[in-house]
Ligand binder design. Structure first.
Ligand code: SAM
Length: 470
């Protein structure tokens, strides 16, 4: 049944059917159109009020619950619902895995349209909370007010916040007291910095007028127990900066790398910034299977390191190396996969576009006494050409781990041209992976597929595919 008020329609007694893209759930309206609804779980029976009507679907929100799904769980986080971070926290973990697996299957089937083997079961993450090794928080003098705060009678003059951006609101920050994604001392460090800054009148960033002292905070932890903290300042005020950094250093002696940046640019990305060391080293170390990787403030390192170990083991297993192979590792980052498989290969060639990452890959390989890996910088579609192959040889096995956009079509063409016996395709976006598999279908058969969950409580899913030459 449907009630109509102006453009808004309320559909009553609708069952939520599926968990769809971007963590939003899906139901069907009586007219057959899809309704996209956030913050509900498949199995809930609800009244939905639509607030947007598109050609093919509605967007709506649940305004009344008739029955709750048996797959619902109580979210552990006090910020659930306001924070955009862990949208699936209200769904039990085995169900999260079920929907992730489904998404990969549907993408490979519908977009890829390739013949598929039976999937190997999705590998869940042993840690379902506190699995991240890196978090970034923003300071703002324009705190997002929660419903409870608005309804309460407390004084709302102090609007300083240190936390996460509210989705789609660049100037509003949700103040975070406890985040369940990064292990201690992450919460302590963030909360103590906020408290000290407020007590000492250190100005939080004003995103509208573009001034203030405190801009962002990054915390990196590692399995070796090391901690990196980077505070990004806007104002170049030495006295206030040192007041805060001295406090952080004294209060948290376990910090092995205390860094700062003074950034007066429009945006707050760190990549073009001069990172200064206030105390300790400019890097921390991470370890995996006896290998050591140094991580600096700008380095990419998989953010769920214990699950990255599992992902890399699956990748190595799919590659099926015997020790005689020439392996290419495309999009190698800091060369972690290359080094991880190197013991089982004759030689590994890593390629990546970020020069700093390649410099680190080389240093890490040296520290790890690995002498059969070589690393090269360049945009893949440019550098991975005939001359490169002529110089470094035809790979027997090619591993590729591109960013979310997948591989450029010229890169796919080059793979088809040089025709390695096996391709192991690691992807964080199975939709673009499926598109690329379709391009390779005439020459390669999909022989193994295994999704891996790197990000519990979110809809993201990683997928590893083994392709073999037909
Ligand atoms: C998903 S990450 C993979 C990193 C690495 N395999 C790992 O596990 O740590 C993708 C990498 O591709 C690199 N990249 C993005 N676009 C590129 C391009 N056009 N050419 C070469 N590398 C690129 C990024 O810098 C990033 O390091």
């Amino acid at each position: 049944m449907a009630r109509k008020t102006k453009d808004k329609i309320v559909f009553e007694n609708i069952e939520v059917l599926d968990a769809g893209a971007k963590g939003v759930s899906v139901a069907k309206a009586p007219d057959g159109k899809v309704i996209l609804i956030p913050n509900v779980v498949p199995g809930d029976v609800i009244d939905v009020q639509t607030f947007k009507k598109r050609k093919a679907y509605y967007e709506g929100k649940a305004v009344n619950f008739h029955a709750l799904s048996e797959h619902r769980v109580e979210p552990v986080c006090e910020h659930f619902g306001s924070c955009g971070g862990c949208k699936w926290q209200n769904m039990d973990y085995s169900r999260q895995l079920h929907y992730k697996e489904n998404e990969v299957f549907n993408h490979l089937k519908r977009i890829g349209k390739v013949e598929l083997p039976e999937f190997e079961p999705i590998l869940g993450s042993e840690k379902q909370f506190f699995y991240r090794n890196k978090m970034e928080f923003s300071f703002s003098n324009s705190r997002w007010l929660t419903q409870q705060e608005i309804a309460s009678t407390t004084d709302l003059d102090d609007r300083n916040a240190l936390g996460f951006h509210i989705p789609k609101m660049w100037d509003k920050i949700l103040d975070i007291h406890k985040c369940w994604l990064q292990e201690d001392p992450s919460n302590d460090i963030r909360n103590e910095i906020r408290k000290f800054a407020i007590e000492n009148d250190l100005p939080f960033f004003d995103p509208r007028n573009h001034d203030g002292l405190l801009r962002t905070l990054m915390i990196r932890t590692s399995s070796t127990g090391e901690v990196m903290v980077l505070v990004q300042f806007f104002d170049d005020n030495k006295q206030q900066r040192e007041l805060l950094l001295d406090f952080v250093s004294a209060r948290f002696p376990q910090i092995t790398s205390l860094l700062y940046v003074v950034n007066q640019k429009q945006n707050d990305t760190l990549y073009d910034q001069d990172v200064k060391v206030y105390k300790g080293r400019d890097h921390i170390f991470e370890e995996m299977e006896g290998l050591t990787f140094s991580i600096n403030a700008k380095s990419f390192y998989q953010t769920n390191p214990s699950q990255a170990y599992e992902l890399y083991k699956i990748t190595r297993d799919f590659a099926g190396l015997t020790g005689n192979e020439l392996v290419y590792d495309l999009y190698t980052g800091t060369g972690t996969i290359a080094q991880f498989v190197s013991k089982k290969a004759r030689k590994v060639i890593g390629v990546e576009s970020v020069p700093e990452a390649i410099a680190e890959a080389k240093e890490n390989a040296k520290r790890n006494n690995i002498d059969n890996c070589e690393f090269f910088v360049g945009d893949m579609k440019v550098v991975f050409n005939d001359a490169f192959i002529a110089q470094h040889g035809h790979p027997d096995v090619l591993i590729t781990d591109p960013p979310r956009d997948g591989m450029h079509k010229d890169v796919v063409e080059q793979i088809l041209k040089i025709a390695p016996q096996k391709v192991v395709y690691v992807s964080c976006n199975s939709a673009t992976q499926a598109r690329d598999l379709a391009l390779m279908d005439a020459a390669y058969k999909v022989v193994r597929v295994r999704p891996v969950d790197m990000f519990p409580q979110t809809h993201h899913v990683e997928n590893v595919v083994l392709l073999e030459k037909r």
